[in-house]
Design a protein around this ligand. Structure first.
Ligand SMILES: Nc1nc2c(ncn2[C@@H]2O[C@H](COP(=O)(O)OP(=O)(O)OP(=O)(O)O)[C@@H](O)[C@H]2O)c(=O)[nH]1
Length: 299
């Protein structure tokens, strides 16, 4: 417990950035644990996943926003609403820019959105490990020209360069106040959502084209069956029969490979042996099924 006179800082920082810029990787680096799933396919993060970093003097709650984009269907409209409400409720925003790609229309769109939000903004220029000093300097200048951020930090989320300096600065921006979550918490996601994300990560790793983005994973049952065995039932929802066929693979090879890899991830997360019961089901147009989106925790 903290002493009564201890001064702590505590608050919410929203992460904004184009798809694939490294938001999940940075969340994990800041929190020091795997709370957001990482993939090299854009549009992985459909939920506002939070990571919680707690030190003796601060608690920084990261809200990892979905790739900001214009609403296209029910799913993305919901994302957009979530983005706007997170911006209203947060203490600061961290905009991530991809140093390798430079600044594009998507970044300008986000900068515009952040300019209208009543909160201080910091920019981190990520993936500098992939760039020459000269290229990094050009992107840093272009980031400054967006005229939205108080401070700009060059970082490598995967390599760790510059991350500590960025975190120290973010922590200093938080208001003084008590912690929101118990210090041992790293994420406020319901356990079944986190486990479902770990399974979905393995689906994304192994599928191509339209399949990755058509798949959602729902974890129904999580049950301690034995002293050292956890039973987890998961369903991969797809939109068409042909996607189902791809996911199952010839002779069930694909789904077995996904299941084995996912089980290892779940065992690491839960610290126990896991029996994963993974099935594939077709649910046409789950993207526009509001009730299902509610159940899956996509707001
Ligand atoms: N070289 C390098 N690669 C990085 C860095 N940060 C992230 N990546 C890679 O970039 C890809 C995308 O990273 P994610 O963290 O999934 O990106 P994201 O912004 O969360 O993506 P969405 O969820 O689609 O919005 C992955 O392959 C990462 O390994 C970095 O600093 N350097």
């Amino acid at each position: 417990m903290l002493g009564a006179d201890a001064r702590t800082r505590s608050g919410f920082v929203v992460l904004a950035g184009r798809p694939n810029v490294g938001k999940s990787t940075l969340t994990n680096a800041i929190v020091g644990a795997k709370v957001a799933i990482v993939s090299d396919k854009p549009q992985t993060t459909r939920r506002a996943i939070r990571g919680v970093r707690t030190t003796p003097d601060h608690q920084l709650v990261l809200v990892d926003l979905p790739g900001v984009q214009r609403p296209r269907d029910v799913l993305t409209e919901r994302m957009q609403r979530r983005v706007e409400s997170e911006l209203r409720d947060a203490d600061a925003a961290l905009m991530l820019i991809n140093a390798e790609q430079g600044i594009g229309p998507g970044d300008r769109f986000i900068a515009q959105l952040l300019k209208q939000a009543p909160l201080p903004v910091v920019i981190a220029v990520n993936k500098i490990d992939r760039c020459s000093k000269h290229q990094t300097a050009i992107v840093l200048q272009a980031a400054a020209d967006l005229d939205v951020a108080e401070e700009i930090f060059p970082i490598s989320a995967s390599g760790g360069q510059g991350v500590q300096t960025l975190v120290d600065h973010l922590a200093s921006m938080l208001p003084e106040g008590p912690f929101f979550f118990p210090p041992e918490d790293r994420s406020d996601q319901a356990e079944h959502v986190l486990l479902a994300e770990l399974v979905r990560e393995q689906v994304l790793r192994r599928t191509r084209q339209e399949v990755p983005h058509a798949v959602e994973v729902e974890v129904g049952e999580i049950e301690q069956r034995d002293d050292d065995l956890m039973y987890v039932r998961a369903v991969a929802l797809v939109e068409t029969d042909s996607q189902k066929g791809i996911l199952i693979g010839a002779g069930g090879r694909m789904i077995r490979a996904i299941g084995t890899a996912a089980r290892r991830e779940l065992e690491r997360e839960l610290g126990t042996r896991v029996h994963l019961d993974l099935t594939v089901r077709v649910r046409k147009s789950w993207r526009t099924d509001e009730r299902l989106l509610d159940r899956l925790g996509i707001e």
